[in-house]
Design a protein around this ligand. Sequence first.
Ligand code: GLN
Length: 201
Amino acid sequence: MPTTSGEGLSSKVVGILALQGGFEAHAKMVRRLGAAAREVRVPADLDGLDALIIPGGESTVMTLGIEREGLAEPLRALIRAGTPVLGTCAGMIMLDREHLGLLDLATQRNAFGRQIRSFEADVEVAGVGGGPMHAVFIRAPWVAEHGAGVEILGRVEDHPVAVRQGNMLAVSFHPELAADTRLHELLLQLNGSAERGARGH
Ligand code: GLN
């Protein structure tokens, strides 16, 4: 059981898709916030989750893992039921129209340059108070095009890099690498059923 509580988060169980990529740093952040982190590798790991994180990594490899484990439909069902989800970098790609088909947007992979291009930037993210987020970008995508239901929360060089659509949050960068817990806190504060009601899902 987690030891810290404070904001009543200690009872929450956050699943982190752990097929590939940067899931461990997310798990540490979740635990730091006093919630429990559960690595998700097979559909049964999704049972009873209060929130889900899809980490960064390599979207092609992650896609193969999701297919191999039969996770696509169970993930869609969980997220369509209103469970709050945070996708970071490749996690944003996994949520897009071409992959799990949950976010009404198209991502452009490796959008900031085809070579390994990493950079850091301060990004103002709507809904995240307390000043801009220090964002680490690693071969990051951006949102190339999106439907009207997608709220743009933050941009870099005028390209959307942080979005929300109902219970889904997605960012192009890696908040788990910047010791900034605010986005994870926002995820934990999203209430699945309230969102469903408010957004008509
Ligand atoms: N470039 C990767 C992809 O296209 C994403 C990189 C990341 O998640 N850091 O899948």
